[in-house]
Design a protein around this ligand. Structure first.
Ligand SMILES: [Zn+2]
Length: 109
């Protein structure tokens, strides 16, 4: 689970990701937590003018591995531009969606 940043005073903490969108930061956080990387979020509830939510990892030895995880997630999340027709079921999928609303197939890249 996420921990309050004040708990962690170690020198090895490293900021790994920041995004204006807290839900995106949360998504990256759960990815890391699922893979055993200790994390916390700064500025999670800050007014957005005061700073974007920041995802930190507790142990910077896991930094490189974490970036690799992000790359995989980015590949999955990369949403193709434009509407497309599903090759599996033939349904029309609107612009901005990377997977078919009907059968869940991913758009071919
Ligand atoms: Zn489909």
């Amino acid at each position: 689970m996420a921990r309050d940043c004040d708990v962690w005073k170690g020198e090895t903490m490293k900021r790994i990701y920041t995004n204006l969108d807290p839900s995106r930061v949360g998504l990256y956080q759960s990815l890391l937590e699922e893979n055993g990387v200790g994390t916390f979020i700064k500025n999670n509830n800050a007014p957005y003018k005061e700073g974007w939510p920041e995802l930190w990892i507790v142990d910077d030895d896991q930094y490189e591995a974490s970036l690799e995880l992000f790359k995989e997630l980015d590949t999955q999340l990369s949403v193709p531009v434009g509407a497309w027709d599903c090759p599996e079921c033939g349904k029309h999928v609107d612009e901005g969606f990377g997977e078919c609303w009907n059968c869940g197939s991913l758009k071919a890249s």
